[in-house]
Structures are given as structure tokens and as C-alpha cells.
Design a protein. Structure first.
Ligand SMILES: [Zn+2]
Ligand SMILES: [Zn+2]
Length: 198
């Protein structure tokens, strides 16, 4: 069922169109009451003057479709519907292709926003920053451990040198001992010989 909308304040059935981005308002041209705000398709705007005759006065037909009301403005003078055109957010007329690109870009931005909510993104950055700090700390610990290992290796080297020196000394002492033992045996032999002779 289709009805002709009347102003609830004064009963007038002629309206002006207050056009804006993706929607328009219907204003009673008798009492200036705002009747309704009507949504348009995305990146679409409605001309406030009749494209055919230039009239600013429109009648409105409302059709119920389920829960929704479909509003159609019709020029009071010539019966034409007001012209719709593709527009950017500032209301500038654009081509259909430009509109498609804007919708695509807008969808990508919305997709990006949905998948990367600002707060979550911030949280992720916070986590990354904390992990980077931890890596820095670990790297410092590793550096200190390497320094300690190096100093221990130096100590081991010094001890090894000392050990080598001690080894050398022991060998020397051994040689001397062998010499003394030989000497003693020679001396003993001499003593034995002397006793024989005596
Ligand atoms: Zn009115
Ligand atoms: Zn007209």
C-alpha cells in the first residue's frame, strides 16, 4: 500500500528537500517542520531542485516493505523524481567509476579497521616493545657471560703455564736425582775398590 505523506504538524503535503551526503531531509514548505531523514545508497546524493523543471516543491509517497518504509519524492509541478547523482563526501559530483573506487577504498579501510582495531594494534606494539626490551636484557646477559668465560679461559691459560713450569721443574729435579744416584753408585764403587785395596 502506498500513501502520500502529510506533515504531522500542519497537514501540508508539499516538501522541500534538504540534500546532504548519502541522505536527505524532507522539510514541510509550510511550517518548516522536518518530516524525515531518508538514507540513500552509498556515495549518492539527491538534487534539491527538480532536474526537469527546477521546482523546489515535492510530494512524497511512502510504501511499506516489511518493517521498512520506502520513501519516494516526486516533483509537485511535473511529476519527475529528483535526480540522484554520485558524490564524494563533500557533495561534489563524481563519475560512477570514481564512486566504485571510493566504495572499494572505503571497504578496504573498514576491513583494515575491523581486522586491526586501534587498541589491539596498540597492545601488539606494547607487547613487541616489551619483548625487544627483554631481548636487549638477554643480549646484555650473554655479553657479560662471554666476558666471564673469557676471563676464566685466561685463568686456565695462566694455570696451564704454571703447570707446565712445574712439570719442567719436576723433570729437572728428576734429572738431578738420577745424576746424584749415578754419582752415589760411582762413589760407592770407589769406596768398594778402596776397601779392597786397603
Ligand atoms: Zn507542516
Ligand atoms: Zn519538476
Amino acid at each position: 500500500m502506498q500513501i502520500t505523506k502529510a506533515c504531522p504538524e500542519c497537514g501540508n503535503v508539499e516538501f522541500n528537500i534538504n540534500s546532504s551526503f548519502e541522505n536527505y531531509e524532507l522539510i514541510c514548505n509550510n511550517c518548516q517542520n522536518q518530516i524525515s531523514k531518508i538514507s540513500l545508497e552509498r556515495y549518492v546524493q539527491l538534487e534539491a531542485n527538480c532536474y526537469n523543471c527546477g521546482s523546489k516543491s515535492f510530494k512524497v509517497k511512502v510504501k511499506k516493505l516489511g518493517d521498512r518504509e520506502l520513501w519516494t519524492a516526486v516533483c509537485t509541478s511535473c511529476g519527475n523524481t529528483p535526480r540522484k547523482y554520485c558524490s564524494d563526501e563533500d557533495g561534489n559530483e563524481i563519475t560512477y567509476d570514481e564512486r566504485e573506487k571510493l566504495i572499494l577504498k572505503n571497504d578496504e579501510e573498514m576491513y583494515f579497521q575491523v581486522n586491526n582495531p586501534v587498541d589491539e594494534n596498540y597492545d601488539v606494539e606494547e607487547v613487541i616493545s616489551n619483548l625487544e626490551d627483554e631481548i636487549d636484557e638477554r643480549e646484555e646477559e650473554i655479553r657479560l657471560l662471554k666476558v666471564e668465560i673469557n676471563s676464566k679461559e685466561d685463568e686456565i691459560r695462566v694455570l696451564k703455564n704454571e703447570l707446565d713450569d712445574r712439570d719442567d721443574e719436576i723433570q729437572d729435579l728428576n734429572k738431578r736425582l738420577v745424576r746424584y744416584i749415578n754419582n752415589m753408585s760411582e762413589l760407592q764403587e770407589e769406596i768398594d775398590n778402596l776397601r779392597k785395596d786397603y
